[in-house]
Design a protein around this ligand. Structure first.
Ligand code: CP
Length: 312
């Protein structure tokens, strides 16, 4: 297997090969071992500066990238749009070029607009990692999700994964579909007709509107949040009705023909898409996903740094 990624930036899973994903997983296996040691730091990114620039809210992704960078001994600067000069009318390119003038090697960016990471990568010399661009892609989330399935079930190939919920507004769904399919999994999406884009079947994804049928089909259910902040119109009558039809609870889980693995990328709306007794159950790997996020992001940062010329 090649020891190098085929890309200089991580803008979306769509751009990665199966070999890239396997290399990221192998590297993450090593970093997972490192972060479970008493001394959790390695010098791999010493003298490398990473800027985390977040134009949209985040808890998991922001903390996870920062921890991954610090575990690799990188110098880290954090930028949030709120309280910055963006509110005074500064453009994205001007903002980032000012940050880069301070000699930054890599940029991790979250932005509400689809395509923002690609735009940035076309205009700057630093390596860009997409930490979520609007409804487009969230590549490191998909990588950590697939890595967690591989860890729990031994492999991703041949597994059946259903993604349930607000597929229309979800960057996690699209990145997961690309990642799981590249690794040989079968993918289904499940939710109300209004929240499933028509192009899903063109991607080779099964579509199911009945939650029980979808759950009886799958090995793994990835439960997504309803993204009310991206919905400009009403897509279903009420959250209560959504929850009655598409919420996962203990009695549904107990009534299935087999034991399935339950995932959620976070943030969770407890009692809407998933009840607490499921989110906190033995079948849930939600906190494993969060733990694996650090190792996977360390792998992505390390491999991109090797490819970018500033690190040998
Ligand atoms: N999963 C995820 O992207 O969470 P945050 O929005 O908290 O980063």
């Amino acid at each position: 297997m090649s020891q190098q990624l085929s890309v200089k930036h991580l803008l979306g899973i769509k751009d990665l090969t199966k070999e890239d994903i396997e290399l990221i997983f192998q590297t993450a296996d090593n970093f997972k071992e490192v972060i479970n040691r008493p001394i959790k730091k390695v010098p791999s990114l010493r003298d490398t500066t990473v800027a985390n620039i977040f134009f949209e809210n985040s808890t998991r992704t922001k903390l996870s990238f920062e921890l991954a960078e610090k575990r690799l001994s990188a110098d880290v600067v954090n930028f949030s749009a709120s309280g910055s000069s963006v509110s005074k009318g500064e453009t994205l390119i001007d903002t980032v070029n000012n940050i880069l003038a301070m000699k930054v090697d890599m940029v991790v960016m979250r932005h509400p607009k689809p395509g923002a990471a690609v735009f940035l990568a076309n205009h700057i010399n630093a390596s860009v990692i997409n930490a979520g661009d609007g409804t487009h892609e969230h590549p490191t989330q998909a990588l950590l999700d697939a890595f967690s399935i591989r860890e729990k079930l031994g492999t991703v190939e041949g597994k059946k994964v259903v993604i349930v919920g607000d597929i229309l507004h979800s960057r996690v769904a699209l990145s997961n579909i690309f990642c799981l399919q590249k690794l040989g999994a079968e993918v289904m999406v499940c939710g109300p007709k209004t929240l499933i884009p028509k192009y899903m079947s063109d991607l080779g994804v099964k579509v199911e509107h009945d939650l029980i049928k979808a759950l009886n089909w799958c090995d793994v259910a990835n439960m997504l949040r309803i993204q009310l902040e991206r919905q400009d119109i009403k897509y279903f009558p009420s959250l209560r009705e959504y929850s009655m039809l598409y919420g996962l609870n203990r009695s549904i889980l107990d009534g299935l023909t087999k034991e399935i693995v339950v995932m959620h990328p976070g943030p969770i709306n407890r009692g809407v898409e998933i009840t607490s007794d499921v989110a906190d159950s033995k079948q849930s790997i939600i906190l494993d996903q969060v733990e694996n996020g650090v190792a996977v992001r360390m792998a992505v940062l390390y491999l991109l740094a090797q490819n970018s010329g500033f690190k040998q």
